[in-house]
Design a protein around this ligand. Structure first.
Ligand SMILES: [Zn+2]
Length: 343
């Protein structure tokens, strides 16, 4: 296999990660994706829900495959303007409150203003609360946003123009190390969008076409379970590009591509998975097979909504998913190689 431009993949991934895109608030990042799609001369259209679908001409256009990567991320939403001038949030997607403790937050107010702050436990001071500060379980009720504004009352918050329903995004803190590790809050799933562009660049540079017509679905509601709302008639196989899982109780490896066999919603299509495994073996691509405990993808979601399509889910494995995530450039490379080999 020829060389994949991994520097480009990292650069575009980082740029996309830097654009806040908490589920429900994804227009800006989708516009940036659209701009990049145009560079490859691809046709694209928006769904009514604001997702973007691009099409790539295949060698044979009778049948089509579809891949997806989601632009939306987990985050918070303002639930209550508190009497102490701070904000109570609730989750959008599967956030772990302890995982964002002490992290800088941006509140995207309805009036267009952006306010910075920090996600703090309501009892944060060691000197004031001692063991209570250490031992309190972090939930949406025991953490709050401390704004970097003079705000000591609900009135102050109202004067700033903050409203219930405003979006809260966390600082992604993207770091790429000399040793090839990639750390960020939002590798899920913008790193996979970067991989899609790496794949498209590979096709362009090597004057290749995918075997079949290919739809690329940039979905925008995956984190809350309804990313895909249409499947074009001619699509027979749909592969979601999403993160694999690294933990002591899963099989993922940061330096390999993960092929999902089953998640807690459904088994993935056995026929497609066998073909993916054969492709990986034939091309000597490092892969792991895994069964996910608490996981859903755009692919497993859509078959439960009665879509008639064969599904799979592949991606680089991430340590600490929905926390401060980490993977390795080798896993990114393996995922793109599997896309090239399979598609
Ligand atoms: Zn994801």
């Amino acid at each position: 296999m020829k060389k994949i431009d991994l520097d480009y993949v990292l650069k575009i991934s980082k740029e996309l990660i830097d654009i806040p895109s908490v589920v429900g608030f994804t227009d800006e990042v989708t516009k940036r994706v659209e701009k990049e799609i145009k560079k490859y001369g691809l046709k694209s259209f928006y769904t009514k829900k604001g997702a973007l679908i691009a099409t790539v001409d295949g060698e044979d256009n009778k049948e089509a495959k579809m891949i997806s990567a989601h632009v939306d991320t987990i985050g918070g939403i303002v639930k209550r303007l508190k009497e102490n001038g701070r904000l109570e949030l609730t989750n959008l997607g599967g956030i772990i409150w302890a995982g964002v403790e002490g992290e800088n937050v941006t509140i995207h107010a309805f009036n267009g203003k952006k306010y910075t702050g920090t996600l703090m436990p309501i009892k944060s001071s060691a000197h004031a609360y001692g063991d209570e500060a250490r031992e309190t379980i972090r939930t949406s009720e025991t953490v709050e946003v401390r704004l970097d504004e003079i705000s000591n009352s609900k009135d102050d918050l109202e004067k700033l123009g903050i409203k219930i329903g405003d979006c809260a995004s966390f600082e992604p803190r993207t770091v790429i190390t000399e040793s090839g590790y990639i750390k960020s809050r939002y590798l899920d799933d913008k790193l996979c969008i970067g991989q899609v562009f790496g794949y498209l660049k590979y096709l362009k540079e090597n004057k290749l076409k995918p075997k079949n017509k290919l739809y690329i679905y940039f979905s925008n509601y995956e984190e809350i379970g309804h990313g895909i709302s249409i499947i074009p008639e001619d699509v027979t196989e749909f592969i979601a590009l999403d993160i694999g899982i690294v933990s002591p109780i899963s099989m993922g490896d940061e330096r390999k591509v993960s092929i999902a066999m089953k998640d807690n919603k459904t088994i993935y299509d056995t026929q497609v998975n066998r073909k993916l495994i054969n492709c990986a073996e034939k091309n000597k691509i490092g892969y792991t097979l895994d069964l996910y405990n608490r996981y859903g993808s755009d692919a497993s979601g859509v078959v439960l909504q009665m879509a008639d399509v064969r599904i799979a889910c592949i991606g680089p494995s991430v340590d600490g998913s929905h926390h401060y995530e980490r993977t390795h450039i080798d896993g990114v490379k393996a995922t793109i190689e599997l896309m090239v080999a399979y598609l």
